[in-house]
Ligand binder design. Structure first.
Ligand SMILES: Nc1ncnc2c1ncn2[C@@H]1O[C@H](COP(=O)(O)OP(=O)(O)OP(=O)(O)O)[C@@H](O)[C@H]1O
Ligand SMILES: [Zn+2]
Length: 707
């Protein structure tokens, strides 16, 4: 007779566990919960939340040590089977345990046992329920029914393509639409078709700042549908509620950032990845997963269409569209009647000294850009000034003796910031204009910080000079040359407080800001009709970066930021400052010719055997000494089994060789195909793990975006 109790394999949220760990527990009641059900299990003297991963009749754990599950959470699996299949895929592909994949996607409060109430055991075994506040659907202001603008022919073609595929299994399309071409409108119509067909929608965006705006538009269009927002920018309770709303089948649309690719939607009928080229989809800590790729895989597993949208597609997706693997849906024109793509100008910085900000120092921007800013201001329109660096300046140096303020734990300069970074003072809204609090040196790699010295610690020279300029300095110096302008800054520092990013965007929307200075954050997605001028400064360092994707990334960035200008009927203008105007990238940029740039870059990739024509992985390690790090990688290289089509390069120091006093090294693995790469990684990584033991921090990055 089959015994009643079953052994459940459970993935548990225990930080620091090694790859591949799934734990056995006994289910002594009838009807064991199926895979995907959340459970509470004993863990030493504590309790933990986990997910049932599988079940069996036997366990390798001796019966006296096998412990009982404490309770199941809810009476149905929170994670539907296709989502478990996605986690299985990710676990194999990125070489991480299912727990490392699944549990970080679960909002913090849902990982805490204390968040649950356990009901007294009944016939089916104890059951737990989330004890937090239940979510109430937000009351919609129904004063004005949201209008659905008539689609133009290109938009209509894209929507028709999707409408014909909803409910018809997997299909993938690249929506290649120039900036301002109305991709969002295509999404909204496609969402409507999908909801009408009785299926749910997952909408991924790259940045927290973009989720609220999009969610608002979605809610306006679908006032009767529950929309859940999933980002790390929300308060804990709200995150838990959004997750539960999806898991309980209440929310039918999820809008979220990277980790929402694991949102527990019951029946996805369409998955949309907006700004699919964006690097934020690639996770850069923990498991190095790529949410855009997982979104395509999830659509595959769920049997639904996936739509990747961008004005500057990743070369991978563009290549897939060229080869016919993805359908290519084009929106070649701006959507608003009369709106054109902006006019671009490249300003040769070698020919223009920067405008004088004060008697002693060069100003924040070149004279042509300053003139354009003045004209824009006089015309009552808005401008956007993109800078690549946050803080006051990327470095602080002494011109007398050559001293530079370097982090003593990292091989990096300290960045100079205006103080008031770590403890925002209550009641003070904007970043302090006053100099009274002085400057702080901050390491952008290890976060070490200290007051900036008043004089050079090496030679005593009291005139230390900031090198280069960050957003804070540009903001302050612009205020000096444009005293009447309302200037605001949007970067990681100015948006640390929850809601502050949304507030800045709302001010911009309301016309309360004349000039917005910002980093990557301002470059994409936003739609401000009164914004007619975009200035770009300080991006040359991105062009000469050693990474093989540097040019692709810079081109996308410049096209995206340029695309913020002139989205309504007033024509837009874009000025890009550079010292390298002869670079071919600028010709393609001036022509706003993504396809030419993509063709050139793909030809280079093919010649050099780089992705998408090859598959890469990087093995990275941090150790106490260079010798130890290098030795580990050398040994790993020797232990690697020979696999046809795979080449393992020699170890090299990482781009930033020392961070927080750890030597960082890396080793590139190149393979002709994904399956060749996986044939190596499968047998190899367990050997690497055994060799590293507990003393070394290492990870494998499959499909790295930086090498
Ligand atoms: N069919 C249409 N008729 C009129 N206006 C439209 C139409 N479709 C979109 N728009 C408007 O065009 C503007 C740009 O649309 P949207 O923001 O969706 O562009 P986008 O393609 O996402 O651009 P980006 O890639 O630059 O973010 C918006 O103000 C939108 O309301
Ligand atoms: Zn440091």
């Amino acid at each position: 007779m089959k015994s009643q109790s079953r052994v459940l394999q459970v993935v548990v949220d225990v930080p620091g566990l090694q790859v591949g760990q799934v734990f056995d527990f006994r289910w002594p009641w009838p009807d064991p919960p199926p895979a995907g059900t959340a459970v509470i299990v004993p863990w030493a003297s504590q309790r933990r939340v986990g997910f049932v991963w599988g079940a069996s009749d036997v366990s390798e754990v001796p019966p006296e040590r096998l412990r009982d599950v404490i309770a199941r959470v809810d009476s149905w699996p929170a994670l539907p089977e296709p989502l478990l299949a996605l986690a299985r895929f990710a676990s194999t592909y990125y070489h991480a345990s299912p727990g490392e994949i699944l549990l970080p996607s679960l909002p913090e409060p849902l990982r805490r046992v204390a968040s649950f109430e356990i009901e007294s055991p009944e016939s089916g075994g104890p059951q737990a329920r989330w004890a937090g506040r239940p979510r109430r659907a937000k009351p919609m202001v129904r004063s004005e029914a949201a209008s659905w603008p008539a689609l133009n022919a290109d938009q209509q073609r894209a929507v028709d393509w999707l409408a014909a595929r909803v409910g018809q299994g997997f299909a993938a399309a690249l929506l290649f639409g120039v900036t301002g071409s109305g991709k969002t409108e295509v999404y909204l119509h496609a969402v409507r078709q999908t909801l009408d067909a009785g299926r749910d929608v997952l909408l991924l965006v790259p940045e927290i700042a973009l989720t609220e705006g999009l969610a608002r538009r979605v809610r306006e269009r679908f006032p009767d549908t529950d929309v859940a927002v999933m980002t790390s920018g929300l308060a804990d309770g709200a995150r838990a509620q959004a997750w539960l709303a999806a898991a309980h089948g209440q929310a039918r649309i999820v809008v979220g950032t990277r980790s929402a690719v694991f949102a527990p939607l019951r029946a996805p009928g369409l998955i949309i990845v907006d700004e699919e080229h964006d690097a934020s989809y690639k996770q850069q800590d923990g498991v190095r997963l790529q949410a855009r790729d997982l979104a395509v895989m999830r659509a595959h597993l769920a049997g639904c269409p996936v739509l990747l949208g961008s004005a500057t597609p990743s070369l991978e997706s563009w290549n897939n569209a060229q080869s016919g693997r993805y359908a290519l849906l084009r929106l070649p024109n701006r959507a608003v009647a009369g709106a054109r793509l902006p006019k671009l100008r490249v300003i040769d910085l070698r020919a223009h000294r920067r405008a004088r900000g004060s008697a002693a120092e060069a100003g924040p921007v070149s004279p042509p850009l300053l003139d354009a800013l003045r004209a824009c201001l006089a015309a009552g329109q808005q401008s956007l000034l993109f800078a690549n660096r946050r803080g006051w300046a990327p470095a602080l140096a002494c011109d007398a003796c050559g001293w530079v303020a370097d982090c003593d734990q990292c091989s990096a300069h300290f960045a100079l910031h205006r103080a008031r970074l770590f403890r925002p003072q209550a009641g003070k809204a904007s970043a302090g204009r006053s100099n009274a609090l002085g400057y702080t040196l901050i390491c952008h790699h290890c976060s070490a910080h200290r007051p900036a010295p008043a004089a050079c610690p090496a030679c005593g020279n009291p005139d230390l000079l900031p090198k280069g300029q960050g957003t804070q300095k540009i903001e302050a110096e612009l205020a000096a040359v444009l005293p009447d302008a309302r200037i605001a800054r949007m970067d990681r520092d100015s948006t640390r407080r929850r809601g502050s990013g949304a507030a800045l965007l709302a001010d911009m929307d309301a016309g309360a800001i004349d000039v917005l200075v910002g980093t990557q954050m301002v470059a994409k997605g936003h739609d401000f009709p009164r914004l007619t001028l975009v200035g770009v400064t300080g991006t040359d360092s991105l062009l000469v970066a050693p990474d093989f994707r540097a040019e692709e990334r810079l081109f996308a960035l410049l096209m995206q930021v340029a695309g913020r200008a002139g989205r309504a009927t007033d024509p837009g203008e874009v000025l890009v400052e550079t010292r390298l105007p002869q670079h071919p990238l600028f010709a393609e940029l001036l022509a706003q010719d993504y396809e030419a740039a993509a063709a050139r870059l793909l030809a280079e990739r093919e010649a050099l055997n780089l992705p998408p024509y090859a598959t890469l992985a990087v093995l990275r390690v941090a150790a106490t000494s260079d010798a130890q790090a290098q030795g580990f990688l050398d040994q790993a290289r020797e232990a690697a089994p020979a696999v046809t089509g795979v080449r393992i390069y020699h170890p090299v120091p990482a781009g930033v060789p020392r961070v927080a006093n750890q030597a960082r090294w890396q080793m590139l693995v190149e393979a002709g195909t994904r399956s060749q790469l996986q044939s190596l990684l499968g047998p190899w990584l367990p050997l690497v793990a055994a060799q590293a033991g507990a003393r070394l921090r290492w990870h494998i990055d499959v499909d790295p975006i930086e090498v």
